[in-house]
Design a protein around this ligand. Structure first.
Ligand code: MN
Length: 133
């Protein structure tokens, strides 16, 4: 057993995120047969991911603020601290903060066989889609 060094907080890239989004990787594979990646992700007000999907799905657990979870049918879920959301493999979605507050969630993602292809990134979320009631 060992206490791991804290990984540096990194800003997520503007090609895949709108606004300021910061990532701390909490857990990543240490052995050849491990695939889970856990990140603590902090979003500034109005910040959100681009549309994307995950090859093996993703579990999100909201820890602070109110998370907005957008789906392709136009609905946007409001998810509160302590609530957990599962998105199935290949399901296109986005996640972000509300316009009024910071939001933090934990993200649990299983790497694909090629870790670079774990997440398929698509177009940015337009203001119209973001503000849809
Ligand atoms: Mn996601």
């Amino acid at each position: 057993m060992q206490i791991l060094p804290k990984s540096p907080t990194v800003k997520n890239p503007p090609e895949q995120f709108t606004g300021d989004v910061w990532l701390d990787v909490i857990a990543s594979p240490k052995e050849a047969d491990q695939q889970a990646v856990v990140g603590r992700v902090r979003f500034a007000p109005c910040a959100r991911t681009a549309w994307h999907s995950h090859e093996r799905g993703q579990t999100l657990h909201v820890t602070e603020g109110v998370a907005l979870l957008g789906q392709r049918d136009g609905t946007v879920l409001e998810v509160h601290p302590g609530q957990t959301v599962y998105t199935a493999p290949g399901e296109e979605h986005w996640h972000g903060a509300t316009p009024e507050d910071f939001m933090e969630h934990l993200a649990v993602t299983e790497n694909g066989d090629d870790p670079a292809l774990t997440t398929t990134w698509l177009e940015h979320v337009t203001d119209a889609d973001y503000h849809r009631p």
